[in-house]
Design a protein. Sequence first.
Length: 317
Amino acid sequence: MAFDAGPQPLADMSGRADQKREETIKKLKALIPTLQKNNPGKPIRMFQLAEEYWKKSRYVYIMGMDKLSKALDAWAEAGSEGNPPTFKSLPEYRESSVYKAEALKLYRKILKQYPKFENNDKVYYAMASAHLEAGEKKKAARRFRDLTKYFPKSDFAADAYLQLGEYFFNSGQANLSKAIGAYKRAARSKKPRIYSFALYKLAWCDYNLNEYEKALAKFKAVVAYSLKQSAAAKKNAKMSRKDQIQLIEEALSDMVRTYSHLDAVDDAFDYYVNIKQKEKAYPYLRKLGDRYISEGKYAVGIKMYRKLNEDSDYQYN
């Protein structure tokens, strides 16, 4: 399960919105050069222009991908002769790259010329997110790190720590301690969306360190917390129901893998039945039994199968 950078509102990608975006870009490009460097509104307008450039880059990219999809369909219908069309062969690729570069250039300019700009935490976050979306993970990590260093109390800091955790987690076992540190800092925020995912990834860190009991406890905590958030959904919970359900299912599935290292048949049976009820618990328990057998733990696997067979609700599954 991946964590998307930041609770940023999605830009309108309609053609009408793009026309308005073009008008806004034109106005800002004309306005900014007329503002004095010491004008407090200048970095604000520069940031707005950078954001519009980035939205434009995304719009052009989406249009290009749509064109590519149609070109691939036509290529396939024509017998797939020759090399298939690629995104880089389309003009939208270069156009999108140009707007992206303009956005990043403006972000850097703001940080250099206005180091005391009160919204530089947003600039760092936007810049890091832009690098991340472009697949430039190392550059993104640097900017997320800068955000946490210079703006530790920012509303974006917890998101930044979570992204740093992801970067280190995916960088290999040698960086696992750094990932743990970043996830722990992210979890301090107690923002439901961030806290639950940070806890989930801390469970995976424990798993990768062969600390299976600790991992299991954290996976269970993720499920309990997400269920609590789901129950509070009608009271303006700050975690979407879709995210809650996905995280619960991910944690429950990952717990099968964790339980397989603990040989805790009775605990697993009671836990899944309690959380999912009898009918929906069966696939998890059967999968755990199969996993025991595939790992050569025949006695434990047979114990799980026997427990299922002895339960009247499961006898005909």
